[in-house]
Design a protein around this ligand. Structure first.
Ligand code: NAI
Length: 461
């Protein structure tokens, strides 16, 4: 029987990064992956292909706005097949890159589905290997709607919505969360009528309310229609689907006919089929694997990270979990990751980035706080780029000035938030950020200005 110090199950951003780091720390490592390519949901059917399509569709959508720059173009068109092929190539290159990193770092890829027949053992196909430690990094699956069958042709998860062979006339998206907005925007830009149905009375639950409201207005302006406060059910009818919406306030019922329906109502930890019940491994009431600060489960020698454990279901969070888990395993001191410092980004245009507390959370907790905002309309760089939609909003402790939360809506929000992640992680105050030099003219000046505004000293607003 082959023996390893660590066997990682799952080669998504959590698992593959953990495997590489563990190998770098001198452990003999194998990583089990059943998909034909490495990289998990994120690289194969998630973060990366969606960003490829967002990028391609954004170029197409931008054509409409070129006249303001004095640019006219002749007849323009797009080839959906070529767009998809480009997306597939981006994914292919990156997943091959991980295979190369495995080779370079001496991580053995065990191809197939992994199960844990007993502590210290992992079975992959006909082979059982011995493992001093096992790390579960199996990620998550899309959540389903009761009585709705996903066929990936008409009724889709994100996987199907990333590979449609033609632009649907009417796409109904169920769930105004991250996936619904990103993929809704892709298909709206490419010409679909898109209706986003959401159970709650707002989009993006968990995001700052003011930011979510502004984002909704801007997305509506680009043609996305929202039906909030509605419960949806779906029935496939031949090559179309009937979506029934029930208003939560009045109970009134309405039906929509759709050529495609994307169900994007969240994801669930993927724990089935690993043999966890027989091991007596404890799950929490929501079905996540319960772990301690070093990602140890209730069974000695078995660890878990990423989407299968509690915390934000994000690739970069999984990655941080993985590194922390294997560094602790290899005897290196590593503090447990602080999930309050994990930024979240929705890669729509405008981008929506959030970090730490929202204004609602601070109000509810009764935390004395200050708010500073800077609208991009007042930024020279934003005006020069014609990217004036959006704002930076920072929330600070009223007494100490420490940053408690930050929310950015607009061009490059996902990059702009990063400065505030570092500031918050290092306990910097609003005054610290406001006192640092920000290159002019840059979108980053809006971060400085928002901090100045929170201190009651705005310069440009
Ligand atoms: P989500 O949790 O972001 O949003 C789901 C939405 O569906 C919520 O607004 C919820 O209120 C709504 N909903 C739930 N049940 C419903 C029902 N029966 N009818 C109507 N609406 C309903 O989940 P989503 O968009 O599926 O994404 C899944 C995960 O993937 C998330 O954890 C997200 O963080 C991650 N992800 C992250 C991305 C990024 O970081 N850019 C991109 C895509 C996904």
């Amino acid at each position: 029987m082959r023996e390893f110090d660590l066997v990682v199950i799952g080669a998504g951003p959590g698992g593959y990064v953990a495997a590489i780091r563990a190998a770098q720390l001198g452990l003999k490592v194998a990583c089990v992956e059943e998909r034909a390519t490495l990289g998990g949901t994120c690289l194969n059917v998630g973060c990366i292909p969606s960003k490829a399509l967002l990028s391609s569709s954004e170029h197409w959508a931008e054509l409409k706005h070129l006249a303001q720059h004095g640019i006219s173009v002749g007849e323009a068109g797009f080839d959906l097949g070529a767009m998809m092929a480009r997306k597939d190539k981006v994914v292919g290159d990156l997943t091959k890159g991980i295979a190369h990193l495995f080779k370079k770092n001496g991580v053995e890829w065990l191809a197939g589905r992994g199960t844990i027949p007993a502590p210290g053992k992992v079975q992959v196909g006909d082979e059982t290997v011995a493992a001093k430690d096992i790390l579960i990094a199996t990620g998550s699956d899309p959540a389903g709607l009761p009585d709705v069958t996903i066929d990936e042709e008409v009724v889709l998860t994100s996987t199907g919505a990333l590979a449609l062979p033609k632009v649907p006339e009417h796409l109904v998206v169920i769930g105004a969360g991250v996936i619904g907005l990103e993929l809704g925007q892709v298909w709206a830009r490419l010409g679909a009528k898109v209706t986003v149905v959401e159970y709650l009375d707002r989009i993006l639950p968990g995001a700052d309310g003011e930011i979510a409201k502004t984002a909704q207005r801007l997305l509506q302006r680009q043609g996305l229609a929202f039906q909030l406060g509605r419960k949806a059910s779906v029935q496939r009818t031949g090559d179309k689907a009937k979506v029934t919406l029930e208003r939560r306030d009045t109970g009134a019922v309405e039906t929509l006919e759709a050529d495609a329906v994307l169900v994007a109502i969240g994801r669930r930890p993927r724990t089935a089929g690993l043999g966890l019940e027989a091991l007596g491994l404890a799950l929490d009431p929501r079905g996540f694997i319960a772990v301690d600060g070093q990602f140890r489960t209730s069974v000695p020698g078995i660890l878990a990270i990423g989407d299968v454990v509690p915390g934000p279901m994000l690739a970069h969070k999984a990655e941080e979990d993985g590194v922390a888990a294997v560094e602790a395993l290899a005897g290196h001191a590593h503090p447990a990751p602080d999930y309050a410092l994990v930024p979240g980004v929705v890669y729509t245009a405008p981008e929506i980035a959030s970090l730490g507390a929202t204004e609602e959370v601070l109000k509810e907790a009764g935390t004395a706080h200050v708010v500073g905002k800077f609208q991009f309309i007042a930024s020279g760089r934003a005006r020069a780029m014609a990217a004036t939609d959006g704002l930076v909003k920072v929330l600070g402790d009223a007494e100490t000035g420490r940053i408690l939360g930050a929310h950015v809506l607009g061009r490059n929000a996902g990059e702009l938030i990063q400065e505030l992640v570092l500031a918050m992680a290092r306990g910097a105050t609003l005054a610290d950020v406001a006192a640092t030099s920000h290159a002019h003219p840059g979108m980053g000046e809006a971060v400085k200005e928002a901090c100045l505004a929170a201190l009651g000293k705005p310069l440009h607003m």
